[in-house]
Design a protein around this ligand. Structure first.
Ligand code: HEC
Ligand code: HEC
Ligand code: HEC
Ligand code: HEC
Ligand code: HEC
Length: 286
């Protein structure tokens, strides 16, 4: 039985391979021509070369503009939300984090909510490489993960510390508040600025935020501040923010702040970025 089956299978397999091979050769043409044609036009590189384009990895990714990424990844901006596999229509769903006063407009994709929607543009200035820092494909799971792949990372890795900056818990204990914001806010007129117009006033001087836009928007609703400092928390911890000196700062460092940096992370500092190309000019258009 076994031998017979093998005899039947092999010729078919061989025929299939020959056919597939010749179709591939016919379709591919001279690969050299393709590379020449594609030079200077990243969108026309063949799939495999594009996937391994050095722009995805260090050091090139640090200097990449949004436009360069979007030459191949236009779908990141164009794609829209669709009915979920379970049949939930986007215009009939609202998640807990979408009930903040700042949430507006119809459901939209993750990338659009961070890059192109009105509110994003008002308070922040994120770029592809703010989150995408390049990941080494040799450290990624070769196929789908199995029992012995613990040392590999998944694909598409983004460092979660980037998200934590705007999606951590509200650190009410360091503020000496009696409880979470929802419980304690009424004591302070419902606004963070009761205290924060004079405490930790040196804030948000980083390339991926719009400090003036934030302060302006915050005059209307405290959900602006709260939104990035507890109102959309994906984590159980708060981000250990750098503690910049401010005017009228008391002497001495409280215990919880010992060992904290006193400056923002170098790659996001505003003066460091001013020397680079003007990345704001490459903001993806809607
Ligand atoms: C020359 C075209 C091209 C350019 C330019 C390009 N990409 Fe890609 N990228 C690809 C292709 C092709 C893939 C593979 C897509 C897949 O397998 O689904 C890919 C995959 C990715 C992935 C998924 C990685 C993974 O491990 O699955 C991310 C994230 C990504 N690109 C981000 C970027 C960013 C950020 C930039 C700009 C710094 C960029 N790309 C520039 C073509 C490009
Ligand atoms: C706020 C952070 C953030 C920004 C800004 C960002 N991305 Fe992403 N991106 C992510 C995350 C998170 C994922 C999903 C990662 C995963 O699945 O592990 C992702 C996934 C992707 C993927 C693969 C999956 C997909 O959705 O197709 C591509 C390609 C990609 N991003 C390209 C871009 C490009 C191009 C830009 C700039 C125009 C950009 N991203 C800006 C965080 C970001
Ligand atoms: C600079 C601050 C900032 C960073 C960094 C950031 N986010 Fe956000 N995120 C926001 C803001 C602001 C909103 C609300 C947007 C709105 O309401 O239009 C949001 C919304 C979201 C949403 C909800 C989108 C929706 O459909 O309502 C998700 C999910 C999310 N962020 C995940 C992430 C992840 C994952 C990362 C890291 C890869 C990240 N964010 C990095 C500020 C940030
Ligand atoms: C009762 C006054 C008060 C109110 C109200 C208040 N804060 Fe604070 N906040 C403080 C104090 C005090 C600190 C710590 C100052 C220091 O560094 O010594 C602080 C620190 C912070 C920090 C830095 C935490 C860290 O780990 O470095 C953030 C972020 C913050 N507040 C955000 C907010 C937001 C957002 C709101 C409103 C939702 C708010 N605060 C409301 C008094 C207040
Ligand atoms: C779009 C998201 C976003 C909004 C809105 C926002 N913050 Fe922040 N905030 C951040 C990020 C990110 C940092 C850390 C920046 C850095 O790395 O220096 C930060 C840092 C801080 C700090 C630490 C300051 C220091 O010593 O460096 C305080 C305090 C703070 N924010 C209070 C507020 C208050 C008050 C508001 C409203 C007026 C507010 N935030 C609105 C994202 C936001």
């Amino acid at each position: 039985m076994k031998i017979r089956k093998n005899l039947v299978v092999h010729p078919i397999l061989m025929l299939g391979l020959c056919l597939a091979g010749s179709v591939y050769v016919l379709a591919a043409g001279d690969p050299g021509d393709q590379v020449l044609e594609a030079a200077g036009d990243p969108a026309r590189l063949d799939y495999h070369r594009a996937q391994w384009d050095p722009i995805h990895f260090k050091p090139a990714i640090d200097k990449a503009t949004d436009e360069q990424c979007l030459a191949c990844h236009q779908e990141i901006i164009e794609r829209r939300v669709h009915t979920s596999p379970a049949g939930v229509k986007p215009d009939q769903a609202l998640a807990w984090y979408q009930t903040l006063d700042t949430y507006s407009g119809p459901q939209d994709t993750f990338h659009r909510r961070h890059l192109v929607d009105d509110y994003a543009n008002q308070v922040m200035d994120l770029h592809c490489n703010t989150c995408h820092q390049g990941n080494d494909p040799r450290e990624e799971v070769p196929e789908w993960p199995g029992m012995h792949d613990e040392d590999f990372t998944m694909r598409k890795v983004v460092n979660p510390n980037v998200c934590l900056r705007c999606h951590g818990q509200f650190p009410y204990k360091v503020m000496n508040l009696s409880g979470p914001w929802e419980e304690s806010k009424d004591l302070f007129g419902g606004t963070c600025l009761t205290c924060h117009s004079s405490i930790r006033t040196h804030r948000h001087q980083v390339t991926f935020l719009k400090p003036e836009g934030i302060e302006q928007a915050a005059l209307k609703t405290s959900d602006v501040c709260y939104g990035c400092h507890g109102g959309r928390a994906w984590y159980r911890i708060a981000y250990p923010y750098p503690r910049h000196a401010w005017e009228g700062m008391p002497e001495g460092t409280p215990d919880w702040a010992k060992g904290r940096p006193t400056e923002s992370e170098a790659r996001f500092q505003v003066h460091a970025a001013a020397a680079e190309t003007d990345t704001a000019a490459t903001k993806p258009a809607e």
